[in-house]
Structure formats: C-alpha cells, structure tokens
Design a protein around this ligand. Structure first.
Ligand SMILES: Cc1cc2nc3c(=O)[nH]c(=O)nc-3n(C[C@H](O)[C@H](O)[C@H](O)COP(=O)(O)OP(=O)(O)OC[C@H]3O[C@@H](n4cnc5c(N)ncnc54)[C@H](O)[C@@H]3O)c2cc1C
Length: 570
C-alpha cells in the first residue's frame, strides 16, 4: 500500500546512487512536480548499469506489440514461476505479480516521457528455453543508439562500459560473435587497425525527445543510461551531486527523514539505489560463502553494500537468495592483479571447465549451471579451472589478449601436454587426460551427451562463435600447447540477496512492516520478485519498474494494483 509521507511532502526526494534506477526515480519524481536530489558516491554516474549489456527484460511489452511478436502476461508469469520453482519460498508472490504486471506499463511510460527509445534485441531467447512460457525473442529491450553529445558537459562524467563494444549494436555482435566484436572494437579504439565497427540499424519505431545518433554513438548499458541521463538533464527539479557518498540515514521517531553525505545533511524521504554488495568482502562471505580469493567483481568499486548497511542501521530487513542461483560469472583476476575481467571465452569452442580432480561437472558453457554445480552445498567444486587448447588462443584470445596473441607472463599456465599443464595448475593430470579424450570424442560432432554443452539457445547465440562448425560452443581440445587458468567468480552487481522490500519498494523491517520514509529500487533490493530463477535483463527491468512505482508514490500519484495482482494478494 502507498505510504503517506505527508509531513515530508514539501521536501525533495533524496536518491542515493546515480545508476539507472536512481536516475529513473529522479526523473519520475520530477515529472510529477517534486524536486529530487541524487547523491552519487563516485566521480562518474551510471553505476553498473552503464557497464552492462543494457538488456531490459519485460514480458508482454508494447514494443513486441508494435513489432508483431506474440506475448502476454500469462506466458510471462508461467515462465517466471517455472524458473523459480526450485525454491518456491524465495519467491514473493505479490512482489512478482506487481513487477510483472507493472513492467510493461513502466517501460511504455519511460518511452512516452522521452527517457528512451526502445528496440527489441533481435533473436535473443529467454535463458531457460525448456521452461513453460519461455519465448524465443521479444522480451529483451534495449535502447536505440543515442549520441553522446546529448549529454553536453555531462558526457565525460558518464561511465562507459569496458565489457561491451559501445557504439556497435547487438545485431553486429550476433553477426560476428560477441568476442570478436569486442576485440575489433578495442583495437579500433586503440588505433591498432582501422576496423571501425559498422553501426547496425535497431528495430522499433522512433520515440520522442531522444536525439538520433551522429558521431558519438552510445549503445548497450552505456546507451541506456545515457538516454535516461539526457532526459534527466532537461529537468530543472533534479540536482545530481557526485562524490557524495551517503554514510548515514537520519531518523525522527522511527521515520527516515534524510541522509548525511560529504559532511552535509540532506532532508527528505530516501530512496536507496546503491546496487548490491560486490565490493564488500564481509557481505560476499555472508551471502555467497566465497572468500576474497574466490570472488571479484566487474561492477564499479563504489558498489560496496551501502544500501544494505544503511537499511539495516534503521531496522531494515534483508532477504536471502541461495548462492547457487545468484548471477555471478566465471572470470579472472586481471594480469595486473588488480581488478577482474570476464568474457564469453569459457563458452567458446575448444575449452572446458574442470575442478581439481580433472573432471568436468557441469554444462561449462552456461553460467547458470556452472554456479549451481560449483557452489552446490555439500558438493562444491572450488577451485575451478578453465582448460583450453592453442586453437582457442589462436581464434579467440582471452581477456585483453587478442586472438593469436601471447598471454601476459604469469597469468596463464601453458604446457605441451595436458599432463604437464595439470601439474602446473595442481589438477589431477591422468584424470584430465581422460576427461579431454571423452569430451573430444563428442565435441568434434557438436555433441556433449554428458553435460549438454551447446543445448542452451541463448548461450549459443549470445556467447558462442557463430562461424564455428558444427557447434558455436563445442570444439575438441587437440592442438598443443594447452593452456589453463584458475577461475574466479565475478559479480556483475546482481547479488540477488539484499534489502527486503514490499511489492511497492518500501523497505520493510523484520516483522514485514514498512519503514516510513525509506524506499529501495534496483539491485540493492533482494530479487524476491524472481526468487531462485534468473534471466538476463531481470535486474534492469525490475529496476526501471521499481523506479516507476516509487517515483509515482513519492510524486503523489501511486500506481493502482491491477485486478490480477490484487486477487493474488488476498
Ligand atoms: C558487465 C555487466 C553486464 C551486465 N549486463 C546486464 C544486462 O544486460 N541486463 C541486466 O538486467 N543487468 C545487467 N547487469 C547488472 C546490472 O547492471 C546491475 O544489476 C544494475 O546496474 C543495478 O542497477 P542499479 O540502478 O540498482 O544500480 P547501479 O546502476 O549499479 O548504480 C548504483 C550507484 O549507486 C552508487 N552508490 C553506491 N553506494 C552509494 C552511497 N553510499 N552513496 C551514494 N551513491 C552510492 C554507485 O556508485 C552507483 O553509481 C550487468 C552488470 C555488469 C557489471
């Protein structure tokens, strides 16, 4: 139910974090005539959202309708239920329905107010193709290309993703493959060769207000944030203050009435939009059971669990999702030893993942299976290792090493035989040889009867090599020397566990009651809307939906519950 913050009605809304959810909340509030102050800890705005793939998952959205793609809320709901069924008590039924039923309205609203022009990502299937209600295309939205000049003096203050070839499009990437598009884009950017990527034509109709691209094209998550930011900058009622890390919530009689940041007090109802806990080792240990040498993050290092700690400081509850279903990815520590990287390389042909026994134990092209099996309670497979052959090095490279390049010293182990490689990595060599022999037998035919590598349509399309035959993700490990590396899990600013909110974004206490004056949007709020099921795009899709709901309430016009959602709440 909406909360009446009557006594704070004249105060601006204080938004903690200038990522996508925070910026969208500020916009929604300002469009309803209320002032908003956005406090950002970092020097740059955009948060992890600006680093992201910009996939915004919304079932039954209006862009599908205009593109002639059949979808509805019934199928969407069946899909979310099907993928969350492992642990039904992690799923908050009313929150799920509120999200699913509001999301199409929310993304339409953001387009209508000129915050973004949506396009469907062509041909991208739901993760879990086998699940009831899964769709082969249409639920992933992203922005059409926007030109950076729309941001004026804020352009240099926007984070730009190092993980996606910003400026190119999904269509380009599917044509060439994600890895090679990235490599080409990096070398074009550093002037190593003149391979300036072609810009694809995104699908979808033009919407209002966001300028078309000229010569600073921004795409993926960087583009999504740029679109919202450019619209935010048109509103006089929004102030953004960078380098203002919020360190304390101010309360009066149990109501949150403001924050402290950079030695100043800011008064008004507070919306936490700080994302998750990637860079806080204690919270990582608590929520994921991983030690610092087992986990890193590719999110900005200003994402350190502040929202969770701030909410707890005023009695806010935390909701937990098991580590086995958190979207963390196999990645690596950078050769410099500081920072982490990840990429689709583990899902490309000519490689496998094993544990110390030298055996495979999962569909090692599919992060969902990798996480579930590596972290299975009572049967963990840490440490885990990527093993590949020289064909993989020649065709794909790894991280900052381009195809055919030499790996930086000390980063990767290499050896003429699998047995010697295993010894260097501390893996059982005899077993590794057996594993590779058995894998190769089937991989050359594009099959993996043991673990089903290559069975997931999204993995094949999104991470594989589209030109590799007979399978984009399967190839034998035959060409010496062989290479190997210990993997780390890396977070992508989706911790799944987090601040406990009700369906409308109010932070709740241990008894489930709302804390007056305190809201949370985006990934700092636990993903109780989807429980143990995750699909790419849930984070941004839910973030924009919560931003819409919370902004409407704080702007004095709460979004009514739909009849379906209401009946399920009783
Ligand atoms: C490489 C990569 C790819 C991804 N791809 C996708 C994708 O395609 N689709 C998807 O749905 N998700 C994706 N994600 C995840 C998604 O980006 C995040 O879950 C999402 O950005 C969270 O949005 P948010 O608005 O909650 O927070 P963010 O966008 O992360 O912003 C949070 C902001 O809060 C600031 N902050 C933190 N603490 C404080 C404080 N105390 N005071 C003030 N400010 C503070 C941070 O500095 C940051 O700027 C990806 C993430 C990464 C890293």
């Amino acid at each position: 139910m909406p909360i009446d913050n009557g006594h704070q009605a004249d105060a601006p809304v204080i938004i903690v974090g200038a990522g996508l959810s925070g910026l969208a909340t500020a916009l929604g509030v300002a469009l309803r005539g209320r002032r908003a102050i956005v406090l950002e800890a970092a020097e740059l705005v955009g948060g992890a959202a600006a680093y992201s793939g910009g996939q915004v998952w919304v079932g039954g959205n209006h862009v599908q309708a205009r593109e002639g793609i059949d979808d509805d809320l019934d199928g969407t709901e069946r899909y979310v239920r099907a993928i969350a069924h492992d642990d039904p008590e992690c799923l908050d039924e009313p929150a799920m329905l509120r999200w699913l039923h509001t999301a199409p309205e929310a993304v339409r609203y953001w387009e209508e107010v000129g915050a973004i022009r949506w396009a469907i990502i062509p041909g991208l299937a739901d993760y879990h193709g086998e699940a009831d209600g899964a769709l082969g295309e249409g639920r992933y939205l992203t922005n059409q290309v926007i030109d950076g000049s729309a941001l004026g003096e804020w352009r240099p203050r926007l984070r730009v993703s190092p993980f996606f070839p910003v400026g190119t499009t999904y269509a380009d990437m599917f044509e060439k493959g994600r890895r090679l598009t990235q490599v080409d884009s990096d070398s074009a950017a550093t002037g190593e060769h003149a391979g300036v990527p072609a810009f694809g034509v995104a699908r979808g109709e033009a919407g209002p207000a966001v300028p078309a691209h000229a010569d600073d094209p921004l795409t993926f998550g960087t583009g999504v944030v740029a679109s919202f930011l450019s619209r935010v900058l048109q509103e006089d009622g929004i102030e953004i203050l960078t380098e203002h890390r919020v360190t304390e919530l101010l309360t009066e009689d149990g109501t949150v009435v403001g924050v402290r940041a950079a030695d100043r007090e800011f008064r008004g109802p507070v919306v936490l939009a700080t994302s998750t806990y990637d860079w806080d080792p204690d919270l990582v240990r608590d929520f994921l059971g991983l030690e610092p040498d087992e986990f890193g993050s590719v999110g900005p290092d200003s994402i350190r669990g502040d929202g969770i700690k701030l909410a707890r400081s005023v009695g806010g509850a935390t909701a937990r999702i098991p580590a086995t279903s958190v979207p963390i990815l196999p990645g690596w520590q950078l050769p410099s030893g500081s920072g982490y990287g990840y990429g689709p390389e583990y899902a490309m042909p000519h490689c496998i993942i094993v544990d110390r026994t030298g055996r495979r134990y999962c569909d090692d092209s599919y992060w969902v299976d990798i996480v579930a099996k590596t972290l299975a309670p009572g049967d963990r497979h840490l440490p885990f290792f990527l093993i590949w052959d020289d064909e993989h090095r020649r065709d794909y490279g790894l991280g900052g090493t381009p195809p055919g390049g030499a790996y930086p010293g000390g980063w990767v182990e290499s050896a003429p035989t699998l047995r010697e490689l295993a010894e260097r990595l501390g893996v059982d060599g005899e077993e590794l040889e057996r594993t590779v022999t058995s894998f190769n037998l089937h991989a050359a035919r594009g099959e993996d009867p043991e673990y089903g590598r290559g069975a997931n349509a999204l993995v094949v399309k999104w991470t594989g090599d589209p030109h590799h035959e007979p399978s984009p993700v399967l190839g034998a490990l035959e060409r010496p020397p062989f290479h190997g590396m210990r993997l780390r899990f890396v977070g992508t600013a989706i911790g799944s566990s987090g601040v406990h909110i009700d369906p409308d974004g109010h932070v709740v206490n241990d008894e489930g009651g709302p804390i007056d004056g305190l809201y949370a949007v985006g990934s700092c709020a636990a993903l109780t809307t989807t429980g143990t099921g995750y699909n790419s795009g849930f984070a941004l899709g839910r973030g924009l939906t919560l931003a819409y709901l919370v902004a409407a309430e704080l702007g004095g016009a709460p979004v009514p519950h739909s009849s379906t959602a209401r009946s399920a709440r009783t």
